[in-house]
Design a protein around this ligand. Structure first.
Ligand SMILES: [Zn+2]
Length: 151
């Protein structure tokens, strides 16, 4: 393993990135990342992190700033190297009002919100029918595979 990759992993971890994030970034497995970090003398944080840990104010500000510039919560997460749910938590802490997608004409995968392709939920939010059906099919396929593996 090249030393600069290990240095990079150590730096990323020290700046608050997760093992999973580093694993994606360096194309190593999570297990490999963990092994090299431990070997480099890094003390690993507890798994899943501490939810009560105060979030640095600058991170909250950065998240709110990026979101206001028009990035989606998932794009904010990507840019900051954090999960989308974490980005959403930061935005909430920043009291940043969530944008609704009621003006969007297409779902995030580019399917049009035509009447036939739109499902309206009880909360009034719209969902793309094609994406919803795809998710359902995937879920059923997964459940079926799980059932088969049990026998
Ligand atoms: Zn869609």
């Amino acid at each position: 393993m090249p030393t600069e990759d290990i240095d990079r992993a150590v730096t990323l971890y020290a700046t608050g990135h997760s093992l999973r994030y580093i694993s994606r970034e360096l194309a190593w497995s999570v297990t490999t990342v963990r092994r090299y970090l431990i070997r480099a003398g890094v003390e690993l944080r507890s798994r899943g992190g501490n939810k009560n840990k105060p979030v640095p104010q600058d991170k909250i500000r950065i998240a709110a700033h990026l979101y206001r510039k028009g990035l989606s919560a998932s794009q904010v997460g990507e840019k900051m190297g954090i999960a989308e749910v974490t980005a959403l938590r930061y935005l909430k802490l920043a009291n940043e009002p969530r944008r609704t997608n009621k003006n969007a004409t297409h779902c995030k995968w580019g399917h049009p919100f035509t009447p036939a392709n739109t499902v309206i939920f009880q909360d009034g939010k719209r969902r793309c029918r094609r994406c919803k059906n795809k998710k359902n099919r995937e879920w059923i396929a997964r459940a079926r595979r799980a059932a088969e593996s049990v026998g």
